[in-house]
Design a protein around this ligand. Structure first.
Ligand code: NI
Length: 177
């Protein structure tokens, strides 16, 4: 269990496609997830994908707890999602601010599907099948993009809405992801 170094944009490993996990409930997979959870917690992130710590597997973790500092932030259940498939449930896209631990200190407005279904497995191989919307849907799309080598700046349409967090939001104390 360790806090791992998070790769930053520019590292070619962040642009690679991740491979599916073939065996569940193994010591290696549990160790990877422990490191990912530790890293995400230490950096106060909303999510983390295995390629961000240099592991090219289709594994993401995410979750946002109710935080008194941000009463408006929607809660997202702590989730381990492996070999995910995403299916949009409507064509409408919604703009929202995103950050990423691999793009520290910055924020940008990214269009995402407002509603989607995601399927996959947890670390024990138990199936996951959820239909979600809003911030939950956004977090899933952001994290799963890491598995196909896509970082959120690659999805930005209006670069006037991309910049340094402390300049964009000088009055808010917000983290990097
Ligand atoms: Ni990210």
């Amino acid at each position: 269990m360790a806090v791992r170094e998070v790769l930053r944009m520019g590292d070619p490993r962040l642009l690679a496609r991740a491979q599916p996990v073939e065996e569940f409930d193994t010591p290696e997979l549990h160790a990877l997830l422990a490191d990912m959870q530790d890293t995400m917690a230490a950096l106060d992130g909303a999510g983390l994908a295995a390629p961000q710590i240099g592991v090219g597997l289709q594994v993401v973790v995410f979750g946002v707890e109710q935080n008194p500092r941000y009463p408006d932030a929607e809660e997202v259940p702590r989730t381990v999602l492996i070999n995910p498939t995403l299916t949009p449930l409507a064509n409408d896209l919604e703009d929202g601010w995103e950050g990423c631990l691999s793009v520290p200190g910055m924020r940008g407005v990214v269009p995402r599907y407002a509603r989607l279904r995601y399927q996959g497995f947890d670390q024990y191989g138990k199936p996951i099948d959820r239909s979600v919307d809003g911030f939950h849907a956004r977090v899933v799309q952001h994290e799963c993009d890491h598995l196909i080598g896509v970082l959120y700046p690659m999805r930005i349409r209006d670069f006037r809405q991309f910049g340094f967090t402390e300049v964009l939001f000088p009055d808010e104390d917000i983290g990097d992801d």
